[in-house]
Design a protein around this ligand. Sequence first.
Ligand SMILES: O=C(CO)[C@H](O)[C@H](O)COP(=O)(O)O
Length: 220
Amino acid sequence: MDQNQAKKAVAEAALAYLVPGEILGVGTGSTVNYFIDALASRKADVAGAVSSSEASSARLKAIGIPVLDANSAGPLSIYVDGADETDPHLRLIKGGGAALTREKIVAEAARTFVCIVDESKLVPVLGQFPLPVEVIPMARSLVARKLAALGGEPRWREGVVTDNGNVILDVHGLRIVDPVGLEATINQIPGVVTVGLFARRKADVLLIGGPQGVRRLGGD
Ligand SMILES: O=C(CO)[C@H](O)[C@H](O)COP(=O)(O)O
């Protein structure tokens, strides 16, 4: 099974968590694209979706799933999304696709966060993947200095503007031994909209695809 087959396998496995007749949350990225493709076969069970990006909204609409405003949808049954990195405790780094803020909002609104990854994303300690931070443009340099003081090496993802009109700093060189603490610390820097650490609201279920098939962590 190659990496794309692993992504497709976990995406299809996530269908088992659908709650018929309820609204679900849908994330962003290549693994989620496989999930949206798979969702086409279960359209009748989906009352609608709240999406974390314009890209996923377009893909959902293309298969005929109504995309709803988060403000009118209320609590969501599940949230299905990928990750850039996960540790064995289901804490995540997300935001490689620059959709981290909306992803955090939709994850928070969901009863169950089902994270779908291929096994290359599983690490013992988070931080090998540069940590994305969404920042209000006028605060970019200030926030970069504060992140450097925390021991990271922030790099501006030049040319990228988020769906919310902000910029992304990717923080290299962190070894994140206290994800909950670091999430809170970075979120408190003025000008930070969101850090792509999902440690306080982590995944509830992690589906990992690899050569042996799909295995699950959490959800017991
Ligand atoms: O956080 C994300 C987007 O902001 C994605 O979930 C993450 O980048 C994983 O993407 P992919 O499934 O393409 O590997």
